[in-house]
Design a binder for this molecule. Structure first.
Ligand SMILES: *[C@@H]1O[C@H](CO)[C@@H](O)[C@H](O)[C@H]1NC(C)=O
Ligand SMILES: *[C@@H]1O[C@H](CO)[C@@H](O)[C@H](O)[C@H]1NC(C)=O
Ligand SMILES: *[C@@H]1O[C@H](CO)[C@@H](O)[C@H](O)[C@H]1NC(C)=O
Ligand SMILES: *[C@@H]1O[C@H](CO)[C@@H](O)[C@H](O)[C@H]1NC(C)=O
Ligand SMILES: *[C@@H]1O[C@H](CO)[C@@H](O)[C@H](O)[C@H]1NC(C)=O
Ligand SMILES: *[C@@H]1O[C@H](CO)[C@@H](O)[C@H](O)[C@H]1NC(C)=O
Ligand SMILES: *[C@@H]1O[C@H](CO)[C@@H](O)[C@H](O)[C@H]1NC(C)=O
Ligand SMILES: *[C@@H]1O[C@H](CO)[C@@H](O)[C@H](O)[C@H]1NC(C)=O
Ligand SMILES: *[C@@H]1O[C@H](CO)[C@@H](O)[C@H](O)[C@H]1NC(C)=O
Ligand SMILES: *[C@@H]1O[C@H](CO)[C@@H](O)[C@H](O)[C@H]1NC(C)=O
Length: 861
């Protein structure tokens, strides 16, 4: 599929904006001129002529629905008439007639020629028909008739308007050819004849217009050879001869002397030859359009063009079908402005797509379809993290699987990989691409299960035909079922698994023996930018030999100690993994992997990781975190029996709870939507949320986290294999228990439960919740009128505390906000994963609640 419709529209509107800018520029110049008193010679009784001419003009005009001409009567001086501006010095002579967009129609009055001192005539966007008047003020500097219904030819006499700076007849129905006399408009800066029915050739004389900065004849039927003189327009900024029938052969050494050009388009003509090398000197270029011509050969380096944001070379014969053809793309890698790149339907080829394209951070659309590109898709290409509109690699000779890194392009609207030789599975993450409207994977060699969710539900958006090894999907796709053969294979699969397990066990034990003998130094294996270099010995010292006083908590995966580093006095938290538990080791790796590349103010920061052997020669693995002074949310929500009086005073006020809930939401939003590959935390609960000294919430414990990239090539047929029981009872979503795959929506469920817990003060595992009655139902039943019955009673007794906002007492308004929070919590903890919100929506909802909550508090001061 070609994305050409999109670029056509885009380029047209782009050009209009540009021309609008040029119009503004020329207006500005004009006013300057008026002030200088251009109309210096007085004209006897010019006023009478003007008035008469204007009345004649009025008589010709019809369709004045807006009543613009009501002021045009003999009781009002014509200088005060609507749309009329008289000269400053000669208050009685018309200098400007601006009747843009008044929905007038009928023929253009020839009487306009009687306004001998007219400098500006602007009748844009009316429905004026007829021919361009044959006699008009020679003082005219600006003549704008864009968007009317003018017919006939462009009169040659316009070439005499030597003051003309701006001339636009865009979007009319003019015929005939462009008069060569326009080459005499020595002052002209903007000449726009686009979207008419002009024919004939482009006059060579136009190349003399050295002041020309905007030129467009796009969308006519102009033919003949493109005069070389046009490339001499050294002040040109916009050059658009697109969509005509212009011929000519570009030589690679043709000199394009347009140092200021920003918009260069020759698209849609019959130009042959090669792209001139000199285009690489046009360093101001924003838009470069050569598409739909007959160009061949190399593309010159675009390296210096670092303002480029749209390049279209599509539908030519460029390239040699060989490796290296696409090297010119590498030079674009340093260009951060590039938004769209189209090189479809050429003969670019051989080697694979340059991985360096992944550096183009703003690339929204890339179309490399219909070329001779082979090789696998380099995963780095999809570092284009913001690329969000369209990717078309169809009709090439690509092989290998879809790289998992594609999962970062979750804003894609169109994805076309059809007609290649791609293999491997269809990635499940495509299901979660919400914006995707078109997915064509047909004519490839994909295998495995077609998902049934997301875009795969829509047969008019998903195309997968001619992949012989795929199965499943929704019934409308008429693909073979996947599960028919599975049972017969199950036994052999189990056997394979057992063998593998046995081999692994034996080899692991061997390795362990080996390592124990070696007694090597502890090594740091993750946390790339380690802030601390710690060894087993220093940890031992920091925790006072893992003393009970320093034990903060423990679980099946290990124990967490508080420690202080003697040298710096810094306080740290150390999680020592219990390696007797087989899963703990894996959990260490998972956490390392998860935390390696992520940074967020609401995630607990890992300072370093230690993996080595202890003094007994046993494996020792630990993670070192920053220490969170205020402990876990668990302790704040459910204070254990008071150890001392200070403890009983501990309580989070309403506003603090809202703040912490937003902190956690931010952390999850980041993990789900802003990491290179989505991370599912899988174990969200109050004891995993830690509070720093400013009571800001930090999400911790990634021991169960799931990094989606690792799973990307798993297909639904073995989706639940490695899950075991993830998470904590009460917080795990119901679908996990049924063996569904892990998803970000699972975290959303846990988050919903957490929110309910934070504001009701009840644990989801409370005795009262049993036999199908859950904390969700408990809250749902009380909304909206009985909120005070379910709210954490401490919040109702709330007095002034030392929190962030001291005097929050729950009034009627707070209860309203509480209602909104509970609503969010209920949607998040909905039974069906699809009914749940995404974390980004949660963040924006909660933030808006918080802002409303803050507003009255602040305005009091
Ligand atoms: C034209 O100007 C003359 C004298 O300058 C004045 O008497 C006459 O009223 C003016 N006519 C109009 C229509 O303004
Ligand atoms: C244009 O009109 C003016 C007066 O209105 C007249 O003097 C002149 O001769 C006309 N020019 C042409 C080319 O008709
Ligand atoms: C004329 O109409 C076009 C298209 O509707 C619009 O973009 C442009 O701003 C209008 N120009 C004026 C001067 O009204
Ligand atoms: C341009 O102006 C010159 C001098 O006024 C004249 O000789 C020439 O014929 C004009 N060119 C065209 C194409 O009208
Ligand atoms: C381009 O302009 C230069 C001088 O500005 C002139 O010498 C040359 O002949 C022009 N080339 C064409 C093709 O008009
Ligand atoms: C590019 O510009 C430089 C300096 O102005 C000039 O020397 C060089 O010849 C130009 N290259 C081309 C291909 O026009
Ligand atoms: C396409 O690329 C292959 C090498 O990958 C080459 O052999 C072949 O000639 C190319 N086809 C064309 C049309 O250039
Ligand atoms: C990109 O920029 C870097 C640093 O400025 C430079 O080393 C590199 O050569 C540039 N690459 C290209 C293709 O221009
Ligand atoms: C999907 O791709 C194939 C092969 O490129 C093409 O023939 C087909 O028309 C495409 N389907 C749609 C609906 O665009
Ligand atoms: C597709 O790739 C496979 C190997 O992955 C190869 O055997 C086959 O010939 C290729 N088919 C085409 C049409 O290139």
């Amino acid at each position: 599929m070609k994305l050409s419709k999109m670029h056509f529209e885009a380029s047209t509107s782009f050009l209009l904006v540009y021309i609008e800018v040029i119009i503004l520029l020329s207006c500005f110049n004009l006013q300057g001129l008026n002030l200088l008193g251009l109309a210096a010679t007085p004209v006897a009784r010019g006023n009478d002529t003007d008035q008469r001419a204007l009345f004649q003009f009025k008589a010709m005009i019809t369709g004045d629905q807006l009543g613009v001409m009501e002021s045009w009567n003999s009781f009002i001086h014509f200088c005060q008439w609507n749309g009329v501006t008289c000269g400053r010095k000669h208050q009685r002579v018309t200098e400007e007639l601006n009747l843009a967009g008044k929905s007038f129609y009928n023929n253009i009055p020839q009487e306009i020629g009687h306004l001998r001192r007219l400098e500006i005539l602007d009748m844009t966007n009316n429905s004026i028909s007829g021919e361009i008047p044959s006699n008009i003020s020679s003082r005219l500097t600006r003549f704008n008739m864009r968007g009317n219904r003018l017919t006939g030819e462009i009169p040659a006499f316009l070439g005499h308007l030597s003051n003309l700076k701006f001339l636009s007849f865009a979007n009319n129905s003019l015929r005939g050819s462009i008069p060569p006399s326009l080459g005499n408009l020595s002052s002209i800066q903007t000449l726009v004849l686009m979207a008419n029915e002009l024919t004939g050739i482009l006059p060579e004389a136009l190349g003399q217009l050295t002041n020309l900065s905007g030129f467009s004849i796009a969308g006519n039927t102009i033919s003949g050879i493109l005069p070389i003189s046009m490339f001499n327009l050294s002040n040109i900024i916009i050059f658009d001869i697109g969509r005509n029938k212009i011929q000519g052969t570009f030589h690679s050494d043709l000199e394009i002397n347009m140092p200021r050009v920003e918009f260069f388009s020759v698209q849609g003509n019959q130009i042959s030859g090669q792209i001139p090398i000199s285009i690489s000197n046009a360093s101001e270029l924003n838009v470069l359009q050569f598409q739909d011509n007959r160009l061949h050969g190399n593309v010159p380096s675009l390296e210096k063009l670092d303002s480029l944001f749209r390049v279209n070379l599509g539908s030519n014969h460029l390239g040699h079908g060989k490796e290296g053809d696409l090297n010119f793309l590498c030079a674009l890698a340093n260009n951060t402005k590039l938004e769209s790149l189209y090189v479809y339907d050429n003969n670019f080829g051989g080697g694979s797509i340059p991985a360096s394209l992944g550096k183009c951070q703003n690339l929204l659309t890339m179309d490399l379809s219909d070329n001779n590109i082979s090789g696998t898709i380099p995963p780095q290409v999809f570092r284009l993290s913001s690329m969000s509109i369209a990717l078309d690699l169809s009709s090439n000779y690509l092989t290998g699987p879809i790289p998992p890194s594609l999962s970062s392009l979750r804003g894609l609207v169109e994805l076309d990989l059809s007609d290649n030789n791609l293999s491997g599975g269809i990635p499940k993450f495509l299901v979660s691409f919400r914006a995707l409207k078109y997915l064509n994977l047909s004519f490839n060699d994909f295998e495995g299960v077609i998902p049934t969710e997301g875009i795969f539900k829509n047969t008019s958006a998903t195309f997968v035909e001619r992949n012989n090894k795929i199965c499943g999907g929704i019934p409308e796709l008429h693909l073979p079922r996947c599960y028919s053969k599975r049972s017969s294979k199950t036994y052999s699969k189990i056997a394979v698994v057992i063998v593998i397990l046995a081999v692994t066990l034996v080899s692991t034990s061997l390795l362990i023996l080996l390592f124990r003998k070696k007694k090597e130094q502890p090594t740091i294996i993750c946390a790339e930018n380690s802030l601390l270099q710690l060894s087993y010995q220093s940890i031992l010292k920091a925790t006072d030999g893992f003393s009970m006083q320093n034990l903060l908590g423990s679980g099946s995966y290990g124990s967490v100690y508080k420690g202080s580093i003697v040298e710096s006095g810094a306080t740290i938290a150390i999680k020592v993994f219990n390696l007797m538990n087989q899963r703990a080791s894996r959990s260490f790796l998972t956490e390392c992997e998860a935390l390696k590349n992520i940074r967020h103010r609401n995630l607990v920061k890992v300072l370093t990781a230690i993996s080595g052997v202890d003094y007994q020669g046993n494996d020792f693995k630990a993670l070192v975190y920053e220490f969170m002074v205020n402990g876990s949310l668990e302790n704040w929500l459910h204070p254990s029996i008071a150890i001392n009086e200070a403890e009983t005073m501990r309580n989070l006020n309403f506003f603090q709870r809202v703040s912490v809930s937003i902190d956690v939401a931010h952390a999850l939003e980041y993990l789900h939507h802003h990491c290179e590959t989505s991370i599912i935390h899988c174990d969200l609960k109050p004891s995993n949320i830690l509070l720093d000294e400013a009571m800001i919430g930090h999400l911790s414990d990634f021991g169960l986290a799931k990094i989606l990239s690792a799973d990307i090539l798993n297909y639904s047929s073995h989706q639940s294999s490695s899950l075991g029981l993830r998470g904590t009872i009460g917080y795990t979503p119901p679908e996990y228990a049924m063996g569904c795959k892990l998803s970000t929506k699972g975290d959303v469920y846990s988050y919903g439960v957490l929110l309910l817990e934070m504001f009701t003060g009840k644990r989801p595992t409370h005795d009262m919740f049993k036999e199908g009655f859950s904390i969700h139902n408990f809250v749902a039943a009380a909304l909206p009128d009985r909120v005070t019955e379910i709210i954490d009673p401490i919040l109702l007794q709330e007095r002034s505390t030392q929190g962030r906002i001291a005097d929050v007492t729950l009034n009627h308004k707070h209860l309203q906000h509480l209602n909104s929070i509970f609503e969010v919590a209920l949607i998040c903890s909905a039974e069906s994963p699809t009914a749940r919100m995404d974390m980004d929506d949660v963040v924006s909802k909660l933030c808006s609640i918080r802002d409303k909550l803050l507003r009255p508090t602040r305005s009091r001061h």
